[in-house]
Design a binder for this molecule. Sequence first.
Ligand code: DON
Length: 311
Amino acid sequence: MSRTVTDLDAAVNEIADEMRRRPDRGEVAAYIPELARVDPGAFGLVVIAADGHVAAAGDCDTPFSIQSISKVFTLTLALGMVGDRLWRRVGREPSGSPFNSIVQLERERGVPRNPFINAGAIAVTDLILSGHQPREALGEILRFMQFLARDASITIDEAVAASEQRTGFRNIALANYMKSFGVVDNPVDYTLGVYFHHCAISMSCRQLATAGRFLAHSGRDPETGLSVVQVERARRINAVMLTCGHYDGSGEFAYRVGLPGKSGVGGGILAVAPGRGSIAVWSPGLDASGNSHLGRAALERLTKRLGWSIF
Ligand code: DON
């Protein structure tokens, strides 16, 4: 075992120990009632290094609701389906607004600022759906996740999806508003049905870090050698993660962590250290921007200790 690997294991274990003890855990998301039931004391951290070594600590095999982290994978899938035409529907600028904000949509004629705010992700989901049955589109997304994570056991948490379907009034408003500008093609309830369900995919830190490896290694899964996307596309997805992956907290995340990352209100964060590794962290308590409070703190410690910031 190389020295670097020893250091990596020690770093992951020590950071997880510290985070498990910290009292300041943030607030678990309550606007999706099913997410409010999650234990705020949970903490998991997995780093998969370029050589395939896995450093894992805490609740690293417990599945959690990936929520907005799914938007990285739907963006990847949609780019594969429609190519750069996607950017006519969705911008790639930071919004500086909360993830569920509607204000920019009127000024910008229904075109969402980026694919990671809710409006943008709904527009991307609509592109994946494009005329298919919701069940087929959802199957496509789920199979993509299973393929990337090399784990066919990954499923959708139907209780979480139903919970959001019952209470997702803001997303329903966003989708209808975009539909009025012609930015959503399919029936709004079809598009939202697929969106709510892909947000409700359950994965562990280990599965998520595995699924994110292609982004850390120029579009290719280093384990299988399979190319998922071209190198240029991987670079661009990472660029959008860096600038938009944490909504109005993206600047702070780049400042503190220095890596492309995508958060979800389930408390997960997927972070990408190009050429070095893929990282997934989970701590359900959120900060005021809806990003994992201790997840970011852990990543800040980790990148500082390993020297993995891209800056
Ligand atoms: O649409 C929503 O509000 C959720 N399904 C996803 C939001 C989310 O994860 C924001 N991330 N921090």
